[in-house]
Design a binder for this molecule. Sequence first.
Ligand SMILES: Cc1cc2nc3c(=O)[nH]c(=O)nc-3n(C[C@H](O)[C@H](O)[C@H](O)COP(=O)(O)OP(=O)(O)OC[C@H]3O[C@@H](n4cnc5c(N)ncnc54)[C@H](O)[C@@H]3O)c2cc1C
Length: 459
Amino acid sequence: MSATAANTFDIVILGGGSGGYACALRAAELGLSVALVEKGKLGGTCLHMGCIPTKALLHAAEVADTAREGQQFGVKTTFESVDMSGVNAYKDGVVGRLYKGLQGLVKSKSIEYVEGEGRLVAKNVIEVAGRRLTGKNIVLATGSYAKSLPGLDITGRIMTSEQALFLDFVPARVVVLGGGVIGVEFASVFKSFGSEVTIIEALPRLVAAEDEAISKQLERSFRKRKINFKTGVKFSGVTQTGDVVNVKLESGDTIEADLLLVAVGRGPVTTGLGYEEAGVTIDRGFVLTNEHLQTNVEGIYAVGDIVPGLQLAHRGFAQGIFVAEQIAGLNPPVIDEMGIPRVTYCDPEIASIGYTEAQAKDKFGEIETYDYNLGGNGKSQILQTQGFIKLVRQKDGPVVGVHMIGARMGEQVGEAQLIYNWEALPSDVAQLIHAHPTQNEALGEAHLALAGKPLHAHG
Ligand SMILES: Cc1cc2nc3c(=O)[nH]c(=O)nc-3n(C[C@H](O)[C@H](O)[C@H](O)COP(=O)(O)OP(=O)(O)OC[C@H]3O[C@@H](n4cnc5c(N)ncnc54)[C@H](O)[C@@H]3O)c2cc1C
């Protein structure tokens, strides 16, 4: 093979995270030649710094709580302590096995995996360490980084999730700056590990992207768990002396802690990579695309966290697959952003799909809602969890939103997304039989009630 042929591909993908590697795998399956460029570790944020390690921490946190709460179930257990070296070994083991599996998968598909930092140097060329990879199509998938605030340096005991994932101690007092998904997940872990936790959130409520009723329930549950939070309050600065941080708020309050976790969102990784020079339209750092994920430059696509919208791994997977299929000429259906399930894995878990009540009112005008309290659900009682499932439907129409909170509710999002994406009527779901006693049954019962034939539903 000539040097030119060896460096020419149907697709060259920049970034081997969820979006990039999913695109590579699907393209290879479809018989396209692919080069995948990654400067760090294949698997990206999700596998190494995001979804997987955080959920391992959350599981360890659940085990700690189970040890504490045995008495509730008549089982004599005592909670001794959290050994962070053991927790990290468990977490790293999970990540390591998945990483090995993913590396094997990419190898087995004859994808040209190129290690190194790449740059778009022409509209169809990515350059990596002097090697020029030419693509009939280019896919930008460079992901995101943990943001901070102006003047807030990430150093010492001031960390983002990236450093907090590798702590070798449990801090006695933690301030979490940001009450969004990442903030509440870490707050939940720290509390279960034994830290005193305070969340600072500038917006009026925690998890502000969720339905308001979900935020209220989470706040009730966090209060019960003695996780402190201050909403509608702005951070004004922090000082660090040795291992102690003093967090100042605009209200004039100061909170002393052993760690400040900055969880104020994630910004797109798009600077200095040649995107703008190639003519790609960038808006506040994000790469703009049409619904087919094509940028304004012909032959250049973008997927994952650099595209405005939900920053979720499964969105990245879906977009990567979409682009591969689009390039292969399969004409895949466009992705409905509202049809992407969202799960927040704090305790209690939050899972949702579709429109919140407020969004649905704006979009559809007349709507109906129903809240099914988990108090009426046998399995939730067995687990001793509280929460609800809230349904939002268009008046006399399909279900357009499902919002759930309670232990393990993330596992219910699969059926919820079928309901939303298949535009089911409450009566369609009501006739499907849900197994007893499961938490899934609560989803069935909520639809029975909304269809006008409630079973175990009060009020
Ligand atoms: C703490 C945390 C928890 C999360 N939990 C969840 C969760 O539970 N569920 C969920 O769905 N999502 C979760 N996410 C979000 C999820 O991780 C991201 O949405 C997902 O990783 C985005 O995929 P991506 O491919 O766009 O980018 P990334 O995964 O960030 O991958 C981009 C890749 O590109 C590489 N790269 C960048 N620039 C270059 C370059 N110039 N040359 C070569 N390579 C380059 C990077 O090294 C990286 O590997 C979490 C994120 C965080 C931070």
